[in-house]
Write a protein that binds this ligand. Sequence first.
Ligand code: GLC
Length: 726
Amino acid sequence: MRFRYNALLLSCLLIIGCKEKNSIEYRIDETLRQLTLDEKIALIHAQSKFSSKGVPRLGIPELWCDDGPHGVRPETLWDEWDTASWTNDSCTAFPSLTCLAASWDRSLAEEYGKNLGEEARYRGKNVLLGPGVNICRTPLCGRNFEYMGEDPYLSGQMSVPYIKGLQSNKVAACVKHYALNNQEYERLQVNVNVDERTLQEIYLPAFRMAVQDGGAWSLMSSYNKFQNEWVSHNSYLLKDILKDGWNWDGAVISDWGAVHDTDGAANGGLDLEFGSHTNGVDQNVANAYDSYYMAQPYKEKLKEGTLSESELDDKVRRVLRLHFRTASDGYFGKMCTDEHYEVCRKIGAEGIVLLKNAGILPMKKEARKIVVLGENAIRPMVVGGSSSSLKAQHEISPLEGIRRAYPDAEVVYERAYYSGEPTPGKYNYSQYDITETRSAEKLIEDALAAVENADYVIFIGGLNKNKKQDCEGKDRLSYDLPYNQNEVIENIAERCPDLIYVNISGSPVAMPFRDKVGAILQGWYLGSETGNAIADVLTGKVNPSGKLPFTFPSKLEDGPIRTERQYPGVTDGQGRLQVYYDEGLYVGYRWYDKHNITTLFPFGYGMSYTTFEYGEAKASSHTMKDRLTISIPVKNTGKSAGAEVVQLYIHDQESTVDRPEKELKGFEKIWLEPGETKTVTFTIGKDALSFYDVEKHGWVAEKGAFTALVGASSTDIRSSITFDLK
Ligand code: GLC
């Protein structure tokens, strides 16, 4: 008997011992033991627009969140969406995440997260509400610019280092919007219908990588419904898959206004309720915090005994873990440093994608007259887009950047087109007054007059951050460029066949003028250093190396979405908006491959000012048991140094289920001097060959033949090799 008692005592001591005194888990146990019910309840819901309570009695500070994925949002009022008009909260506006994704550069993503995290730390934030990793399912989604494209592997791989960099500052990432928030149209109520395999293979992997590889400390539950249940109450998504399936110890924070009742929130796996009684953009019920679903109503149900305190304790543990992981330990981050601006400029220049170049670019240094056209050459883009809108300490416009790059040239600006829309946001600090009085015809006439004898004509156009453009809360209504730009561009291109078109957008757009201009750059929203990054690429100071994170179809109808039920959805017999992902796995290049559709610009495509030659792909063995290495030499055969993103796709030659033609399962970015060769090596495991088996509810790699395809884009495969999975 005595022996058994000693063994029990020893094991208890061991358990306590492994939670050494100052460990977070020990502190959670110690704190939980002391908390009153009121203190527990206070921890799991907001006390203001962007903060939740700590435990004053126990010295646990408040928890502060802030947007957004590209920079730290300016302070809002305590209980309003309005800006607090502070004068010390201007930030570095980093490029949008589509630009980061387009860099395909994991180490750059870590730098991005680290530098952004320094600013969030300095501003006293525990949680930064980003990155967004929702898949670009339709080019019309208003928030594509905040996300990382159409492929789950690319989105996941680029979010992992960003999260690590951010969290190295003890600022929690809050990966959003988990899950299936792929449209803004009626986002607050649409129910998403998607089959289990598509959910697991397309819409969840980026979140899984963010959690399992990135170690994200929090996730944001999305507004929409799944299985006709609010995602913030959906225990299948929040518990079965996220917390139990992926063995995650973090906290689920609701989107702002995404919680709808107490039982659902209490039992569905939500941990921290924010923004209730608001639409997440502007509406508000003042000081509603005690009436939050996980506030007094929750307490009453606990007292009645209809809800369990053990469920509450799990929430409290996860929220305390978020507090303790992000408590300041004397490190205070930094704000608007030279390094932040250098990184901002570097990400911008590395994310820009050269889509066409008929020998026009890079521009010559000795240009004497340069004509810059288009509203987007001067329009501030850091403001707008809704929650990711920022108050940047500065924003170098494309025009300004080009002027700085050519101080001795005559740089003429002409508007050429006018949106008629003021820049959104409450703090338009643009140094250019962008109002315009001339007619559309006069604008074209003046532009045509200006281009005479120009060495270069650069048209800066695209979308902007206004509603129904690249902006949260609404989707675009057309795939075309707005404000009659197509006509204006074609008009000018007639006079200047070497026209350089720079497209500023966070989504794919139609470019019917592609064959009528001399060069095309996809410019993204590049933040504080926009003009410098664009000028760096135009002048060749930086050799472009970006590759598209999503396909540019020639026209919207070429894409997988063909019916209203697929998008924007249809109302069912009970008046509920239902959207059906009938295209299943066939999103983006998976669709265009399957139907052999030629696109305007394919996924993974991007040019350089130099050229690269690929050798033969080789496999470490012709049969794979657990691992296999694929290697390929790549040579810079041009005259300038440059970077190439070598992509690995896998094709399953003999699967028992329908599978996409090929799927991205690896990429490496390499820098090569002229004439230099490097061998790129990919090591793949069974996970790269697997599909999700809905019978087994798990991943399966079937024995048989596979092909590894290595290329410079999804439609430019340079070498392939077949191997067998034993
Ligand atoms: C918004 C957005 C979310 C943002 C939150 C707080 O409605 O959906 O991305 O972080 O509310 O502004």
